[in-house]
Ligand binder design. Structure first.
Ligand SMILES: Nc1ncnc2c1ncn2[C@@H]1O[C@H](COP(=O)(O)OP(=O)(O)O)[C@@H](O)[C@H]1O
Ligand SMILES: [Mg+2]
Length: 229
């Protein structure tokens, strides 16, 4: 097993059989000790955050599998806080795809002149570059194509998958009376045929979820969604 990448919240290991092992850490993104799913820095350490993130990730990836949506997921070991996945190549140096159901976070910071806080957005999809130094800038379909990161056709695939996946997550949350405001996904190409699939994780740290108008912290979200698992 070889460490190939040290991320903000996970370490990535290459296994001898060619698969990857993601180790979920207790590091959480945020600033000055305050959690923020959109932040680009590790702001705090929360005991049990790694295992909780993996539990929720496992729960959602298995729901996606039932729905016939392709992902990198193979299996998970909760005790070890590890997940085995298919190795993927990412687009450029990595993209984040955001699906928004309500105007909050960076959307509101950027478009606050026109958008009201909490305004419904009907599954609006936008793409940002994973570029911590440049604060993950949003990028258009044309720019992605022009810069050779993603073709116009691939963009449409990505957008469609994002809506489909986000709707599955939104529905699962709504079964517990929780409303999804926004979610951040990552995609990559896997296998010989370079199929575009969902990669990375789906945990409280990747989304804003609310109950009765109150934001739900990642650890609470995990307890509410997969209690007893
Ligand atoms: N199946 C996969 N194949 C290759 N890379 C992956 C896969 N799943 C996730 N990753 C990458 O592994 C890293 C996970 O670590 P993380 O701490 O989330 O990193 P980051 O600091 O970039 O957010 C991310 O860069 C993510 O893009
Ligand atoms: Mg990450």
């Amino acid at each position: 097993m070889k460490l190939t990448y040290t991320g903000k919240t996970k370490d990535v290991f290459a296994l001898d059989n060619g698969n990857y092992l993601l180790k979920f850490k207790d590091d959480v993104t945020g600033e000055n000790g305050v959690f923020d799913p959109g932040a680009n820095t590790v702001g705090l350490v929360m005991e049990g955050a790694g295992q909780a993130g993996l539990r929720l990730t496992k729960f959602f990836f298995e729901k996606l599998k039932e729905a016939g949506i392709p992902t990198h997921y193979i299996d998970a070991n909760i005790d070890e806080a590890t997940m085995t996945v298919k190795p993927a190549t990412v687009f450029g140096k990595g993209l984040e795809v955001i699906c928004r159901y309500r105007a909050v976070g960076s959307f509101l910071r950027r478009y606050g002149l026109y958008a009201q806080e909490g305004q419904p957005l009907d599954g609006f999809v936008e793409v940002t570059l994973k570029d911590d130094d440049r604060l993950d800038p949003p990028i258009s379909k044309d720019a992605l194509d022009m810069l050779g990161i993603l073709s116009a056709d691939e963009y449409e695939t990505l957008k469609q998958l994002t809506k489909q996946i986000s709707d599955v997550i939104k529905t699962e949350l709504s079964l517990k009376g929780i409303e999804l405001y926004d979610i951040k996904l990552e995609f990559g190409r896997v296998d010989k045929d370079k199929q575009i699939v969902l990669i990375d994780e789906i945990s409280g740290g990747n989304m804003r979820a609310y109950k009765d108008g109150n934001y739900i912290e990642p650890l609470d979200l995990e307890r509410m969604m997969v209690a007893g698992n």
